[in-house]
Design a binder for this molecule. Sequence first.
Ligand code: 6CS
Ligand code: FE
Length: 299
Amino acid sequence: MTLTETRVQDHYRTRTPEPAPTVERPEPTVWGGIDGPIDAATVAAHDTRGHSRYTDLLSSGEVQAFRAELDRLASDDEIRADERTIVERESNEVRSIFEVHRTSDLVAELVRDPRVLDRARQVLGSDVYVHQSRVNYMPGFKGKGFYWHSDFETWHAEDGMPLPRAVSMSIALTDNHPFNGGLMVLPGSQRTFVPCVGETPSDHYKVSLTEQEIGVPSRAAITALAAEHGIDQFTGPAGSALLFDSNLMHGSGNNITPFPRSNIFVVFNSVENPLVTPYAAPAPRPDFIAARTFAALTR
Ligand code: 6CS
Ligand code: FE
């Protein structure tokens, strides 16, 4: 794996030994320059709030097909034993399957679908490639959430992503209620980078993908951002989608209800923003978590 040694100046220092001040982001949220399916008002709202929602992105028939696909993947012993599959510590249930756009033809098509691909290109203003894909299963009763974090903080520190020119799409395959671990976001927080304290351990992904302890913002930073921006929650029927900025502060609660929360999660990075050596980790993460081939995705 050849890593580009040259790095842009590190404007986003993180994983510091001592607390560091937040950094106002100079890069835009919407990079512009490429048309797409998102209407002007929604583009403007996305630019401000760092996220936008699309109810019924998938039809109910498509949702059924993806749910059957997720069930097939989660019950395949070979896939369960694969290092790309993360299982819950306590229940041993499948929590996530990474690089699912390579293991599932259905998801491989989805990432090229204009409803998905053209939205990512429109927001990032360039050709894009898949940085990461995963399916998340948040079972009922024992589903574990994710504490507050910025994805870009991890992707910068551990994957060598230079700038926050990446966008994620989370597509709900079950109904997202306020009470079954729905994703919470701090709207507008993408404009503030929150450095995190603590050196990245070797092979950090082996623990961070079930419980992240390094790369976690301080309570003071979360309190200040929540006071400034409030908290939005992504709710909606199965088939709904959330498109959100790589640096948007987000998290989700546990799910103790009988209602599972599953989604497909795809991260698009601009081809103008290829990964370099990690900014704050001893070694790059495996490419099933952070792709290191940057060819533009085409239909
Ligand atoms: O470390 C990562 O890349 C993953 N972790 C979380 C909690 N969200 C983003 C991403 O899937
Ligand atoms: Fe995340």
